[in-house]
Write a protein that binds this ligand. Structure first.
Ligand code: SAH
Ligand code: AVI
Length: 342
């Protein structure tokens, strides 16, 4: 944990400098690609996190309620099987549903990990207040980079809830799952929440709600770029688009340029042209088949011990454990190398 600087009870793995550099690199790459694209992790400044929280309460957004209902029914079983003393949560947000796990497991240590420092500060503060016996060590980190650096010195449960795994494109998803498998030791478990393929009508409604909250969430990424990179995006000149991609089996969100326009980003010394009607993809949200997802976990050396869905079959929660660390012979993922260095 030597790379961690500690500020106000929150450890920082993703330093402001590294964060700024990553933001610049990813935005430059995305805006100069054809078609244009932005990675979804930049949605989540304080306002973006609040908007996501509002999304979880929308009538159309069934995901959070479905996952909660599974956890409500299964947390005791999870606690019995895992006997985890440390709970690590990736992309933790408000950690609302995680309270069910905290209540059932009564772990010694909780490590919420998120890119959004304000969200972490608030949620870690609330948890420390509500669970006085719990050691809460929040970490500002990027789960695509910092998994090898997270603490793991006693039986741990690594939770990745909310179907955030669906926001990773397939190649990144495989790399991430490899990192997860490599970071788990004997006796550790991985708990994964994933949204399932269903009727496109329901899916599109969940990502294009009647109250327009998802629209605001999508447009917020432009506000983030304006604030952090000196951009001059006219937020009123972009429209929210949510589509089901049947071939890839994922929802896609785009921002569509309402007119031909030029946008300047001071910090990148970059001018970007948008055609009228041009689509810029801002998020994919893959939807899964439980058996195929289990096969993806097995392929990286994670044996699926339990697989649950809610009554409607909308959402799945999988509990897996590492089989062995020699699943890819002659090749050690970065996470395993870092683990061995420790
Ligand atoms: N797990 C919560 C929140 C899901 S929203 C739930 O189930 O409701 C997704 C969360 O992941 C946000 O809080 C966002 O800030 C965080 N996030 C997105 N990309 C991330 C990344 N690369 N590394 C760490 N956190 C990330
Ligand atoms: C965080 N993630 C799983 C959400 C999702 O459903 O893909 C983000 C979101 N995008 C639009 N609405 C919610």
């Amino acid at each position: 944990m030597s790379a961690i600087q500690s500020t106000a009870g929150v450890a920082v793995l993703f330093s402001p400098e590294e964060r700024a550099l990553t933001l610049r690199e990813e935005v430059r790459l995305g805006l100069t690609s054809t078609p244009k694209e932005l990675p979804p992790k930049w949605f989540y400044d304080a306002r973006g996190s609040e908007l996501f929280d509002a999304i979880t309460r929308l009538p159309e957004y069934y995901l959070t309620r479905a996952e909660r209902s599974i956890l409500e029914r299964r947390v005791d079983e999870i606690a019995e099987l895992t006997e985890a003393r440390t709970l690590i949560e990736l992309g933790s947000g408000t950690s609302d549903k995680t309270r069910l796990l905290l209540d059932a497991l009564a772990p010694r240590l909780f490590v919420p990990v998120d890119v959004s420092e304000t969200t972490l500060q608030e949620s870690a503060g609330r948890l420390a207040r509500d669970y006085p016996a719990l050691d809460v060590e929040a970490v500002v980190g990027d789960f695509e980079r910092h998994l090898p650096l997270l603490p793991a010195d006693e039986p741990s449960l690594l939770a990745f809830l909310g179907s955030t795994i669906g926001n990773l494109p397939p190649t990144q998803r495989t790399l991430f799952l490899n990192d997860v498998a490599a970071s788990l030791g004997d006796g550790d478990f991985f708990l994964l929440g994933a949204d399932l393929v269903k009727s496109p009508t329901r899916l599109v409604a969940a990502y294009d709600d009647a109250a327009g909250v998802t629209r605001e969430f999508n447009l917020n990424v432009l506000r983030v770029l304006n604030g952090e990179l000196g951009g001059d995006f006219d937020v009123t000149a972009f429209e929210h688009v949510a589509r089901w991609n049947a071939e890839a089996e994922w929802m896609e969100m785009f921002l569509r340029s309402a007119r031909r326009q030029t946008v300047r980003l001071e910090a990148l010394e970059l001018e970007v042209e948008f055609d009228a009607g041009e689509l810029m993809r801002t998020e994919i949200s893959a939807k899964f088949h439980p058996r195929r997802l289990a096969a993806e976990l097995e392929a990286v050396g994670l044996a699926v011990e339990r697989r649950w869905t809610d009554d409607a079959g909308d959402f799945a929660v999988l509990l897996a454990r590492p089989t062995s660390h020699s699943h890819v012979e002659g090749w050690l993922p970065e996470a395993e190398r870092a683990r061995q260095r420790r």
